[in-house]
Design a protein around this ligand. Structure first.
Ligand code: ATP
Ligand code: MG
Length: 421
């Protein structure tokens, strides 16, 4: 017996019952991006593996153990993109988008990471991202945070989400902090778990990001990066806080907040919820001034964020949503009627462009057609039988109200439906 075909573990179909919620979220984000003058960019799903190793960092969870990497037929090492920033910077460099230019960009689409699937964590998941280039002030950081804030308000999620911010300082400041941190952790090697012991040499800052509960007390007592950053970095961070306060956005300073990717400097932030367990971060971002140079470009300041769409959908699913139903379902009996029904459907779609008009396809008794009409959630069944063909009329049956069926001339139908919907 052949094996049943199934989707790959951790990769999900988004079925038609759920897509309206996705579309609603995407539309809300699209509107916000337009309001702030952001332009969409679309990048390939596959890139050279080298791009991610050089940008995200060799010693990060993503590159060490989560990437889908394979050799293509030419023997080149390729990877499915695990995130969008690296591709966006590659595209910007390749097409000269950073040369003396300010860029405000956004993108959306699937990302791939080989993680253990659980609620809010998948192997193919979707992000909506924003990336800004050429602006070094805290205003642009405030702007991307304000955009996300506006989106949460539009979606009614603002009460569920909390903003945490931190500053990682400059790369020099981080380098001297790393020494302090290594000294601290090295004093108590028996308290480090396996990952952290490995990271002590390779990437000690990432120990702060550990999700292992047994590590939390040790992490809590560690020296804080914020205490070892210089005046300039501190002022930048204070400026951001002042902008957020002025905009009425509440936030908390989480001195342990570091990100899982190496390219961040100065501001980092996360929007978190307490209702998705360990998968509580729905949006994360920050400044990454070093990345473009690191990938071969000129020093260019940059700020970005990425939202986990599935996690936002999980939050949105917790409430009732009404989805738009079709306006009318056209039923008919006989060949002449079918022809007229097809014509009528097109005319209605011309005249009522915002509405769904479904035309019955195939045969079947009127009774069974009405059943199908009812199932679609349509407000009206429009009936064309022999008599209607002759008189150029349509029977209008109300499917959601107790009202008598009425007859309407075909050329008056659009206005009748408009007035009744
Ligand atoms: P986490 O700490 O939850 O693993 P991360 O730091 O790896 O997240 P980022 O690389 O910053 O996440 O990605 C930004 C956002 O994308 C996350 O905040 C989250 O909402 C979402 N995300 C990341 N990985 C996954 C995944 N495997 N499945 C679903 N969403 C994800
Ligand atoms: Mg992760």
């Amino acid at each position: 017996m052949s094996k049943k075909l199934q989707a790959i573990r951790g990769m999900h179909d988004i079925l038609p019952d759920k897509t309206p919620l996705w579309q609603m979220l995407e539309k809300a984000m699209f509107d916000v991006c337009q309001q702030y003058g952001y332009r969409e960019i679309r990048m390939p799903l596959v890139e050279s593996s080298d791009l991610f190793c050089r940008s995200i960092g060799e010693v990060t969870d993503i590159v060490e153990k989560e990437m889908y990497t394979f050799d293509d037929r030419n023997g080149d090492s390729l990877s499915l993109r695990p995130e969008g920033t690296a591709s966006c910077v590659r595209a910007g460099l390749e097409h000269g988008l950073f040369y003396n230019q300010i860029q405000r960009l956004w993108y959306q689409g699937p990302m791939f990471r080989h993680e253990r699937p659980q609620k809010g964590r998948y192997r193919q998941f979707h992000q909506i991202g924003i990336e800004c280039f050429g602006m070094s002030g805290a205003e642009i950081e405030a702007e991307v945070i304000l955009m996300s804030y506006r989106l949460w308000k539009k979606l009614g999620l603002i009460d569920e989400l909390k903003l945490e911010i931190n500053s990682l300082g400059t790369s020099d400041e981080r380098a001297s902090y790393k020494k302090v941190l290594v000294e601290y952790f090295a004093q108590q090697p028996e308290l480090l778990d396996e990952d952290s012991t490995r990271r002590l040499k390779s990437n000690p800052l990432r120990i702060l990001d550990s999700k292992n509960p047994a590590m939390q007390a040790l992490i809590e007592a560690a020296p804080r990066l914020i205490d070892s950053i210089g005046d300039e970095s501190r002022q930048h961070f204070e400026q951001l806080q002042a902008y957020l306060q002025d905009a009425g956005i509440s936030f908390s300073h989480n001195p342990r907040l570091v990100r899982g990717l190496d390219y961040y400097s100065h501001t980092v932030f996360e929007w978190v919820t307490s209702s998705l367990g360990a998968q509580g971060t729905v949006c994360a971002g920050g400044r990454y001034d070093g990345l473009i140079e690191q990938l071969g470009g000129k020093q260019t300041p940059a700020v970005g964020l990425a939202m986990g769409v599935e996690r936002l959908i999980l939050l949105l699913e917790q409430r009732e949503w009404s989805t738009q139903q079709p306006l009318a379902y056209i039923v008919y009996q006989g060949d002449d009627a079918r022809q007229q029904a097809m014509r009528l459907a097109e005319t209605l779609r011309d005249e009522l462009p915002g509405q769904g008009i479904i035309l019955h396809c195939g045969d079947g008794s009127l009774k069974s057609q009405f059943k199908k009409a009812d199932k679609t959630g349509a407000q009206f069944a429009l009936v064309i039988g022999e008599q209607e063909v002759e008189r150029e009329e349509v029977g209008v049956k109300y499917l959601r109200e107790r009202r008598d069926q009425l007859q309407c001339p075909q050329n008056e139908l659009a206005s009748l439906l408009k007035n009744n919907s």
